[in-house]
Write a protein that binds this ligand. Sequence first.
Ligand code: FO1
Length: 309
Amino acid sequence: MTVAVLCGGVGAARYLRGLLDVVEPCEVVAIVNTADDTVMHGLYISPDLDTITYTLAGAIDPDRGWGLCNETWTAMAALQRFDSVRPAGSRSGESWFGLGDQDLATHFYRTSRLAEGASLSMVTAEIAAAWGLRLTMLPMTDQRVSTIVSVPGLGELSFQEYFVREHHGVAVDGVRFDGAAEAALTVEASHDLRGASAVVIALPGFDAMLAARRDSVVAVSPIIGGAALKGPADRMLAELGMEVSAVGVARLYAPIAGTLVIDQVDAALAPRVEALGMRCVVVDTIMKSPAVSAALARTTLRAAQGASS
Ligand code: FO1
């Protein structure tokens, strides 16, 4: 059995931690979002790959949900020396994106391996191995795809400018994925997706391949009780004119996933999800402990396998 998980950041990392309690690591392939990737100080930063790596290695800072625990910030603090001399319009040495001293080592390694000609998937496998991880971890693509957010008054921002620099506190009137049309799934990702016995989604995309095997594709709603647990997904859905509920999520996923797992607080919405042609499973989806993550992983596997048996 191979379970392919299409995943993003904090929630997906917690889900994977639970999945690895119930499935052998060699059977798990995490295909990770890279559309939030950014370049800062010339360093290639892949936040979702970092968050998943550090979480599974037990090294994530639990309060922030990103970066390493027991981190120090000497390099970032030293950048402030240049604030007084940076010419207008220059972005050099800006410190709004926090890179901890130990975390910098990951970005140094990834950036210099890419400069040597390695692909992002090769480097990702190396970083995962260096952290002792035994699952297969792949970026969704080796090409560059960038989430671009359009904000009235500010124009187009990169995802990290919107999320971190603007604290996702500004209204959005459009989102596009630069490079997505030209990007190819990594060869391994496409092989693992076709061969997997179950696919669990934490990321939209890959539509045709998923639609072709929709029955064994299970999505977990990131919207619970009309809100996102973390981040701006709820506000972004509203600002883009979509219903902010598990039903709104079901409308997005119905073409590519046969099952939607929703939280128990949304139990009353199950008939509306099913009316959109999805099976609906109602459980506790708030992964506040490893036990809840493992139970959610079992639920998603049962849903995927039940559908294909
Ligand atoms: N998130 C923040 O809110 N502030 C930061 O300064 C920040 C730095 C950062 C550095 C490396 C990294 O891998 C992730 C980092 N994140 C930071 C988290 C990340 O940018 C977001 O949580 C995700 O992009 C949203 O999925």
